[in-house]
Ligand binder design. Structure first.
Ligand code: ADP
Ligand code: MG
Length: 260
């Protein structure tokens, strides 16, 4: 690297580090007459883990689904990794490639083996060859603790194992942002811990994450920031210690009394 180019690259790197990974401004979403998101503003920094908590029906899933444009916002702006997703000319396929999503229901392809579940998008979307895609997939499956299940079909796995495959599948696309929508809510209690451990490990690698969860112990330990939503607005946000440990708003306290 020549001396001439170095300062410019440093300046560019600084700009990149400064820029939020996710920037949501004035987000509104209505379904017919029902206004579900009523003005949401959130920035998520690169490497930050943000847990979103709140009562059922408060708009948490809709918020995540707007971030990768599974739902079209009624108003507002969403940027992910610098791409303005809400621009009418946005290349959504390209933008979504940066975003991994894991749902409550694991949504694996039932007719594909575990290995093929993790390789299919690499091959079809990233156009990788079989050998390269399988190498990545086997590494990811091992890292989430299901390396021995590559040849199985999803139905033969426990819910916890399926969810870990779903995480591996999302990671295979090398996302810059991972969205988790109550990833452990459908699991038997004894299977929750393994999935949370995988998410904790992923957070430690520096992945930027938005996690809707009712697992308050996880949020306390792993989140850099907790957002409490109710009625389609952010009621309060702050460190886990602030929001879960010492909430300012009565609505937050009432919610926490029910879930803790
Ligand atoms: P949460 O994830 O916090 O439980 P949701 O974002 O799933 O909340 O839902 C918020 C509100 O929006 C609920 O009243 C729900 O019924 C409504 N809603 C969500 N998706 C749709 C949809 N596709 N069509 C109509 N109403 C919807
Ligand atoms: Mg939800």
């Amino acid at each position: 690297m020549s001396d001439v180019t170095e300062p410019v690259e440093e300046a560019e790197a600084a700009v990149l580090l400064d820029r939020p990974m996710v920037s949501i401004k004035g987000l509104h979403k209505s379904f017919g007459d029902l206004e579900v998101l009523r003005g949401i503003d959130v920035d998520v920094r690169p490497g930050e883990v943000v847990c979103v908590i709140g009562p059922s029906g408060s708009g948490k899933s809709t918020l995540l689904r707007c971030v990768n444009l599974l739902e079209q916002p009624t108003a507002g702006e969403i940027r992910v990794a610098g791409d303005l997703l809400t621009h009418r000319d946005a290349d959504l396929d390209r933008a979504r490639r940066h975003i991994g999503m894991v749902f409550q229901q694991f949504n694996l392809f039932p007719h594909l083996s575990v290995l093929d579940n993790v390789t299919i998008a690499q091959r079809r979307v990233l156009k990788l060859g079989r050998a390269e895609a399988e190498e990545t997939a086997r590494g990811l499956l091992a890292s989430v603790g299901v390396g021995d299940k590559a040849g199985e079909y999803p139905a033969r796995l426990s819910g916890g194992q399926q969810q870990r495959v779903a995480i591996a599948r999302a990671l295979a696309m090398k996302p810059k942002l991972m969205l988790f929508d109550e990833p452990t809510s459908a699991l038997d209690p004894e299977l929750v811990g393994d999935v949370l451990n995988v998410m904790r490990d992923l957070a430690r690698t520096g992945m930027t994450m938005m996690v809707v969860t009712h697992e308050m112990a996880f949020a306390r330990e792993v989140a850099d920031r907790v957002i409490f939503m109710d009625g389609g607005v952010i009621v309060e946000e702050g460190t886990p210690g602030q929001v879960i440990g010492d909430p300012r708003h009565e609505r937050t306290r009432a919610f926490l009394r029910r879930v803790l």
